[in-house]
Design a protein around this ligand. Structure first.
Ligand code: ZN
Length: 335
């Protein structure tokens, strides 16, 4: 076992060195990508994988039937845009008395729709402040039903997504955990683009449950505009870090807001020149071989992590905050 890992790690180091060289050596003039707004006659191809966290559903305030309807809407939007998304499961969310079968059925509907499922651990446990042993237990406990469902389709869970995007408090524990994942045939699922969808989603759900229709409409508009601002920011980071657009990975959550908005979001990404790819395809981009470093408490986009590790200064480091009225509403809900 040990020698295999040694070989793998030396191979990974070699690939990493080559990748870093290629990335550094890529001359600016070789870039074929242009911004869609500067050259409207040439179609610009950008690539993005869609990943959706907190399955079967993020909220605990909706009724099962509403969650099932929302799941259908998310899957219809993905299928309409021919997206093969990766859904990350928290199996503790299955354990609601009288609803376990139905919730497993929700996971099954993802597989029936052609999506893949990954592990987001049992209990949505953050790495920051957890012991390694306790954290590893949450991972192993996190794929019981998922593994069973995948087995029926001759598949196994392949990807792990860190809750809160916390990848470890220091380099040593990070390395120990990455070795553990490798031993269990898991690959890390990073992401490059996020846009605070969970904040908008909490407030939106509140607006819908209280039948505040005008606010719900305002939120839908604000949310879509926020996606544009966030994508602009992460594209700038990718340009500044690599001189090109990496194969991006979007991180969103299984929420009522995304059930209502995903079709429009995917159309917006298409208008920006994006083609949808799988997580597996995105990870073939050599950028993902670069070291990302431990996150400690705050889990940032991999673009910010790569920049920090490479000691490269960027002009921006993440998406702009949601509008003040939305932040305020969200804080009131948290009280
Ligand atoms: Zn999560």
């Amino acid at each position: 076992m040990n020698s295999v890992y040694k070989k793998l790690s030396s191979c990974a180091r070699h690939l990493l060195a080559s990748a870093a060289l290629v990335l550094v050596m890529a001359p600016v003039g070789a870039q074929v990508q242009t911004r869609p707004d500067t050259n409207s006659t040439t179609p610009v191809v950008r690539r993005i994988a869609i990943t959706i966290d907190d399955l079967p559903f993020e909220t605990r305030r909706l009724k099962l039937a509403d969650e099932q309807r929302a799941t259908k809407a998310i899957l219809s939007a993905l299928q309409a845009h021919k997206v093969k998304a990766l859904g990350f499961v928290n199996e503790d969310r299955l354990l609601v008395k009288g609803e376990v079968d139905a919730r497993i059925g929700m996971l099954e509907s993802w597989l029936d729709a052609g999506m893949e499922l990954g592990n987001h651990n049992f209990g949505h446990l953050g790495f920051h402040g957890s012991s390694l042993a306790k954290y590893q237990e949450a991972v192993l406990r996190g794929d019981t039903f998922t593994r069973w469902l995948l087995q029926e389709r001759k598949q196994v869970p392949r990807y792990y997504r860190f809750p809160h995007n916390q990848t470890g408090d220091n380099a040593e524990v990070q390395k120990q955990f990455e070795d553990f994942l490798q031993q269990h045939d898991y690959k890390i699922a990073p992401f490059t683009i996020e846009h605070d969808d969970f904040t908008y989603a909490r407030v939106y759900e509140d607006a819908v449950l209280k039948n505040r229709k005008e606010d719900a409409e305002r939120l839908r508009k604000a949310y879509l505009a926020n996606l544009d601002r966030a994508v602009n920011t992460f594209e700038t980071m990718s340009d500044e870090m690599f001189g090109r657009q990496v194969s991006h990975i979007l991180n969103i959550h299984a929420s009522l807001l995304n059930a209502d908005m995903l079709d429009k979001m995917l159309s917006k990404l298409e208008q920006r020149g994006y083609q949808f790819i799988t997580l597996e395809e995105a990870l073939q981009d050599p950028a993902y071989l670069l070291p990302a470093g431990p996150s400690r408490q705050y889990g940032m986009s991999w673009l910010a992590r790569w920049a920090r590790m490479a000691k490269k200064r960027l002009s921006v480091y993440g998406q702009p905050d949601p509008e003040e009225w939305i932040m305020k509403w969200d804080q009131e809900l948290a009280r």
